[in-house]
Design a protein around this ligand. Structure first.
Ligand code: SER
Length: 607
């Protein structure tokens, strides 16, 4: 058996021997990139360098990046898709290009000292060409010169052989991919590549993106200033195929998780292939989703389950696991038991997972407790609704039905859709989104009224600190430098964490001045008001705003104005905020430290 640990080491050793510098995995939660919720590829944190910035580690880099992909969440349960996976990657940042990249990929795959894959077990694909880029005959020739069998080199269109950009714009290009044949096809190599690929006996094990274009905001592919190579090699898939497994759940660091799920469902003596299709799918979904959950909760920039952004995805992973556990007859409080196995498998590779394990277990227990109590009743209600619809010969659950399940029973929309689909019903998803939006607007108003009464609950604590975040930005601009911008913020009921651009430490004197400035604004019983303006008008009135691309045409501008008539802050923001700074407490900076290159971090509290 070759383990994931062996393969990690081989990959890094090989590329370090080819003069690449190893860098650590970035966080799963992207820094300053509001266009994506999670890091989905190793290249994502490297975009500025792929666009021309100088990387401190040089022009040849390699690493193993933690990735979350939710685009394929419905495919999870099949043989190859995982929500969390480790992507081994290496990059040429304006250094070598096609020839060296392909030669290295070939050598790593086939060399006696590395993966030792027999050439007959490999196929490669190259870009077929279209109006944006020509057919990639050059790559095909390089593969052939390396020794790749000629009838194993295939040309495929953009859907298959083009990668990027990771968000809406940025570096991208045609790619060339390596496939491993899970079964030997040398005897009857008669089918087209696509035909084999459909049968699932080809598994992609590596992708070299030949980055030479930049997709701009108008959707045009411009020739990039710098040519790069972006290689991605999925660790789990590679480990599976090299061991002769036809699915990723058999590999050394996933199998124990799957085994735990089998044990909890009373099927400890069974292997995957002995399960019926539905049971196999449920076991795999729980294994995959709780593994992803642990990695997100274990990240140093972890979020908690919630109804927005990353927190919502996390909630979906956990709640979907709980529902599938129910299908398998697993009793309550199982998430932590599975999570312990994940921490065991991943904690030695990613120290933060071990370090944050209490947080992981607590969050899981809380979420499981919350949802388990409503799941059963929600399922009963849904069943009744569907029975009624069946009788009325209606094949769609209406928006209100799905919304009730969401609001009263905590069913994520996608879970309702999944359950309905299993019973051949569709769901009015668009109507649901509309109801949700209306509801959010209403509840915001409700929350503001609650704040008037000064309820000292958690959301009030975070909202106060949110308003202080705006004052912090203004103070930094006033006292330190007008060019300072917010680079990220994270607020809990206890403290505000605020990141901003500055290439030096703040002095003690500056910290004191910032505190005084904010406390003065607070002592002016400042009113916080909100107006909706077009982005253009918001800029015209001088509103601060960093992440403007996140917002639509109209934006909300929050203004903080003291009884002395001074406007202490004007900022584009989604809210919510307190109405008045009266009696919110004394603002204190408890920490000032470096966050990343050129970015400082302040931690502040209200006491
Ligand atoms: N960015 C490419 C991918 O994700 C190669 O790393 O496949």
């Amino acid at each position: 058996m070759i383990t994931s640990k062996d393969i990690r080491k081989k990959y890094i050793d090989f590329f370090v021997s080819k003069k690449h510098t190893q860098i650590p995995s970035a966080s799963l939660i992207p820094e300053n990139d509001p266009t994506v919720l999670f890091t989905t590829a190793g290249m994502q944190p490297l975009v500025p360098y792929l666009m021309g910035e100088t990387h401190p580690a040089g022009k040849r880099i390699c690493n193993i990046q933690k990735c979350i992909r939710t685009g394929d969440i419905d495919a999870v349960g099949d043989n190859w898709h995982l929500s969390f996976f480790e992507m081994m990657g290496h990059w040429s940042i304006g250094d070598y290009f096609k020839k060296e990249a392909i030669e290295m990929s070939f050598e790593f795959a086939t060399s006696k000292n590395y993966l030792k894959i027999p050439i007959e077990r490999l196929s490669v694909t190259c870009f077929l060409g279209d109006e944006n880029a020509p057919k990639d005959l050059e790559s095909a020739k390089i593969w052939e010169n390396c020794g790749m069998l000629k009838n194993r080199i295939h040309f495929l269109p953009k859907e298959d052989n083009w990668w990027g950009p990771a968000g809406l714009t940025g570096p991208c290009g045609p790619d060339t991919e390596i496939f491993y044949h899970v079964k030997d096809i040398s005897e009857k190599n008669t089918l087209e590549f696509e035909e084999y690929n459909k049968t699932g006996i080809f598994c992609e094990i590596g992708n070299d993106v030949l980055m030479q274009y930049n997709k701009n905001s108008k959707g045009i592919y411009e020739i990039a200033k710098q040519k790069n190579i972006d290689n991605g090699t999925g660790l789990e898939r590679l480990t599976a195929v090299l061991n002769g497994y036809n699915n990723v759940y058999e590999i050394d660091n996933i199998k124990p998780i799957l085994k735990k799920v089998l044990e909890l469902s009373g099927m400890e003596n069974k292997e995957q292939f002995e399960l019926n299709e539905n049971h196999r799918k449920s076991v795999r979904i729980i294994t995959d989703h709780l593994r992803a959950t642990v990695m997100i909760l274990g990240d140093d920039k972890a979020v908690s389950p919630s109804n927005v952004d990353q927190g919502y995805i996390l909630r979906r992973f956990i709640r979907r696991s709980i529902r599938h556990a129910k299908l398998l007859g697993i009793q309550k409080n199982f998430c932590k038991l599975v999570a312990e196995v994940v921490v065991n498998e991943m904690g030695s590779v990613y120290g933060e997972v071990e370090k944050n394990k209490d947080f992981i277990f607590n969050e899981l227990e809380k979420e499981e407790e919350k949802f388990s109590t409503t799941l059963e009743n929600g399922l009963k209600i849904l069943e009744k609704k569907l029975e009624f619809l069946e009788k009325a010969k209606i094949k769609e659950l209406n928006a209100k039905g799905a919304f009730d399940l969401f609001q009263s029973y905590g069913f994520p929309l996608e879970m309702t859709v999944e359950i309905c689909k299993e019973k051949n019903f569709s769901v009015d998803v668009i109507g649901f989104e509309k109801l949700l939006k209306e509801h959010q607007e209403l509840s915001r108003k409700g929350a503001e009224q609650k704040f008037k009464g000064g309820l000292a609950d958690e959301s009030f604590a975070t909202t106060k600190l949110h308003t202080c975040a705006h004052l912090t930005l203004s103070a930094l601009k006033e006292i330190v430098d007008q060019s300072i911008e917010q680079k990220g913020a994270n607020i809990t009921a206890q403290r505000l964490r605020f990141d901003f651009n500055l290439d030096r430490k703040l002095s003690l004197e500056e910290i004191k001045k910032i505190e005084d400035w904010v406390n003065n604004a607070i002592s002016q019983d400042s009113e916080v008001s909100m107006q909706i303006l077009s982005l253009k008008d918001a800029k015209k009135i001088g509103a601060h705003g960093t992440f403007t691309s996140k917002y639509g045409e109209n934006v909300k501008v929050y203004t903080i104005k003291g009884k002395d008539g001074v406007i202490y802050s004007k900022e584009i923001c989604g809210g919510p905020h307190i109405e008045n700074t009266q009696n919110i407490g004394h603002y204190k900076i408890i920490k000032e430290e470096s966050s990343s290159a050129g970015v400082r971090r302040i931690k502040a509290i209200l006491e």
